[in-house]
Each structure stands twice: as structure tokens, then as C-alpha cells.
Design a protein around this ligand. Structure first.
Ligand code: HEC
Ligand code: HEC
Length: 304
């Protein structure tokens, strides 16, 4: 049973719904002219009132220079100053300790050490990772800072010195400056002599068996290389000569690469950071780098 008086008539808004339509029609679809829901009107009014309050209370309307100030006196510059002051109050005393204490003292205080390492790690990501990679693993020509082999010394003071003044960095008088001689280019060794000395380097680095060539190379090594790399190839921090008596390489230990190194010499450049990074940051970086490698501490490196 149905109440519809005319069940066969086509259903339209006019005959099925008592409300008027707006008179708009799209493809036969018409729009009811219903009042807005109450809850919606209230929400709308509340947001309008809130918006007016906001404009009065906070800086809001952009002007030619700045904006309306608002009655609260709040602004983002003050907020930034406050959060910087809060960070400084938190870190300041620790930074002062780091500036004042000897590296060994910092290392023996676990919370200070952790604080320094975290700061150093952040500064490393910003300033050093592009050359040494974010892990510190380095690449060809860029030393691996994770191992405990050092050209210029691995004690914290040495690392501070390297970071502060760089390596062959122009514009810094105290930079590490010695460089590997270009034995081939400068005509100090012939091609055959270089090939012999390469065999000796490959023997002491554990990559070849001794041979006649390496025996001739050993004599040449003593005459030409030992002054910097040490008689047994142990290296020297004085002149930044890497050890050659192990299989850790800055440029590479293949015969081709060794030929290039000895023929043309090498002189890797690392920028100096004094003036660009403050002393506390440099100290934190040194402590971080030192922690990556296990860190040299005890007796000074043996002289060559
Ligand atoms: C533009 C590239 C570059 C940047 C940036 C750079 N380094 Fe270096 N770094 C080098 C090179 C190249 C060497 C090796 C120089 C050489 O051949 O003696 C080096 C060497 C070092 C050494 C010496 C390693 C040793 O065996 O004695 C340390 C320590 C070091 N870098 C730390 C840092 C730290 C910390 C930063 C960031 C503040 C940094 N470096 C930024 C290129 C860079
Ligand atoms: C004046 C000092 C000096 C003398 C002499 C010298 N070297 Fe070097 N050698 C260096 C320095 C410094 C480096 C590091 C260069 C750099 O960091 O770019 C180096 C680097 C090397 C390397 C690269 C090692 C690696 O890890 O890739 C080899 C190989 C090498 N020297 C072999 C020799 C041989 C062989 C001789 C003798 C024929 C010799 N050097 C003489 C100072 C010297």
C-alpha cells in the first residue's frame, strides 16, 4: 500500500519534496534552496570572531615595512632569541668546559665526551662529509678517518692542528706544507728505477714476494724515500708521509697507481678551518674524528 496519489508520475524535486529549488538546473539536476545547517553557521561565526581576535592580538596584516604589531607584543625574532638563549644556557657551561679542559680530561668524563662527540658529528656532517663522506670512510685522495693510520698524527692535539690549519692550504701560514717529491717528472729517478722501487713498496706492503727488482728497489728506497717514509716504510707525522708497510692506501697500491704517485708526486689539499669554525667546534670535531678511529693516544709516533 502506498500514499502516493499518482504513482506513475515522474519524480521531480517539485513534486517529491516540499522545499523550493534555487532555480538552477544542470542536466536535469536541480538544487534545493535549503537553509544552511545551524552547526555550520555557528562554526563559521566562531571562526570569524576568532580571526578578528587573532588580527588584534598577533602581528598579522602585512605592511610596507613589517606588519601590524598586535597587542600581545609577540614576534618571531623574540621567539628565536629566547630559544637560542635557552640552548646557550643548556650548552654554554659544557662548551666552556670543553674550551678549558685538556683533551684527556674531556675523554675521561663520559657525559662531556658524549656531548663533544655529538657536536662534532653534526659539524662533520655540515663541513667535512663532502670530502671525507658522511661516515668518514673517505675515498681516493681523501683519507679514511675510520682507521687508526694517520699521516699528520692521530692524537687529539694533532687532529686539532690539522683541522685548524689544513693541509697545504693556501692562505694559512701554519698549514702542514711538505709534499711528496715528483721523482719522475723532476728527473730524479729513471723509469726503470721507479719500477724497481715500486717492487720494494709492494713487498713491504705485503703485496709481492721479494725479487731482484725489489732488492734494487730497497737500495733506492733507502736513498730517496726513507728520509720521509722511514727506513722500514713506517711513515712520519712530521712530513705527513703515510706508512707504506701496510695495505692501507690513500691513492692506491696497484703498480699503475704507484707509478703515478712516484712519477708525479702527490700533494693532497685540505682547507683550513680557523676563522670559519670556532675553537670549541674544532675541538669537538677532533674528539669526534678521534672517536671514529679508536684514536691514537700514547707515545709519539717513532721518528723515521
Ligand atoms: C675539500 C675537501 C676536504 C674537506 C672539506 C675536508 N677535508 Fe680533511 N682532508 C682532505 C684531504 C685531501 C686530506 C688529505 C691531505 C693529504 O694528502 O695529506 C685531508 C686530511 C684530513 C685529516 C688528516 C688525516 C691524517 O691521516 O692525518 C683529518 C684529521 C681531516 N682531514 C679532517 C677533516 C675534518 C674534521 C674536516 C671538516 C672540518 C675536513 N677534514 C674537511 C680534504 C678535505
Ligand atoms: C719529501 C718527503 C717525501 C719523500 C722524499 C717521498 N715521499 Fe712519498 N709521500 C710523501 C707525502 C707527504 C705523501 C702524501 C701525499 C699526499 O698526502 O698527497 C706521500 C705519499 C706517498 C705514496 C702514496 C701512499 C698511498 O697511501 O697512496 C707513496 C706510494 C709514496 N709516497 C712512495 C714514495 C716513494 C717510493 C718514495 C721514494 C722514491 C717517496 N714516496 C718519497 C712524502 C715523501
Amino acid at each position: 500500500m502506498t500514499d502516493d496519489p499518482n504513482p506513475n508520475q515522474k519524480k521531480t524535486p517539485e513534486n517529491t519534496h516540499p522545499t523550493e529549488t534555487t532555480g538552477h538546473e544542470w542536466d536535469g539536476i536541480r538544487e534545493y534552496n535549503n537553509p544552511l545547517p545551524r552547526w555550520w553557521v555557528w562554526c563559521f561565526l566562531i571562526t570569524v570572531v576568532w580571526g578578528i581576535g587573532y588580527v588584534i592580538y598577533y602581528p598579522a596584516i602585512p605592511l610596507l615595512h613589517g606588519s601590524t604589531p598586535g597587542t600581545s607584543g609577540w614576534n618571531q625574532y623574540d621567539q628565536l632569541d629566547r630559544s637560542l638563549a635557552a640552548a646557550k644556557a643548556l650548552h654554554g657551561p659544557l662548551d666552556e668546559k670543553i674550551a678549558a679542559l685538556e683533551p684527556e680530561k674531556i675523554l675521561s668524563d663520559p657525559s662531556l665526551r658524549t656531548f663533544a662527540i655529538q657536536g662534532g658529528k653534526a659539524a662533520f656532517a655540515n663541513n667535512c662529509a663532502q670530502c671525507h663522506t658522511s661516515s668518514g670512510g673517505g675515498g681516493k685522495g681523501y683519507p679514511n678517518l675510520l682507521d687508526d693510520e694517520w699521516m699528520w698524527g692521530g692524537k687529539i692535539e694533532d687532529i686539532v692542528q690539522t683541522i685548524r690549519h689544513g693541509i697545504r692550504s693556501s692562505g694559512d701560514e701554519d698549514t702542514h706544507s711538505s709534499a711528496m717529491t715528483a721523482f719522475g717528472k723532476e728527473g730524479l729517478l729513471t723509469k726503470d728505477q721507479i719500477l724497481d722501487v715500486i717492487q720494494h713498496v709492494r713487498v713491504i706492503s705485503g703485496n709481492a714476494e721479494p725479487s731482484d727488482a725489489s732488492a734494487r728497489g730497497q737500495t733506492l728506497f733507502t736513498q730517496n724515500c726513507a728520509a720521509c717514509h722511514g727506513e722500514s716504510g713506517q711513515g712520519s707525522h712530521e712530513v705527513g708521509a703515510p706508512p707504506l708497510n701496510n695495505d692501507i692506501w690513500l691513492y692506491g697500491g696497484s703498480e699503475d697507481t704507484l707509478y703515478k704517485t712516484i712519477y708525479g708526486g702527490r700533494g693532497g689539499v685540505m682547507p683550513h678551518w680557523a676563522g670559519r669554525l670556532d675553537d670549541v667546534t674544532i675541538k669537538k670535531l677532533a674528539i669526534y674524528v678521534h672517536s671514529l678511529s679508536g684514536g691514537e693516544k700514547s707515545a709519539p709516533h717513532p721518528a723515521p
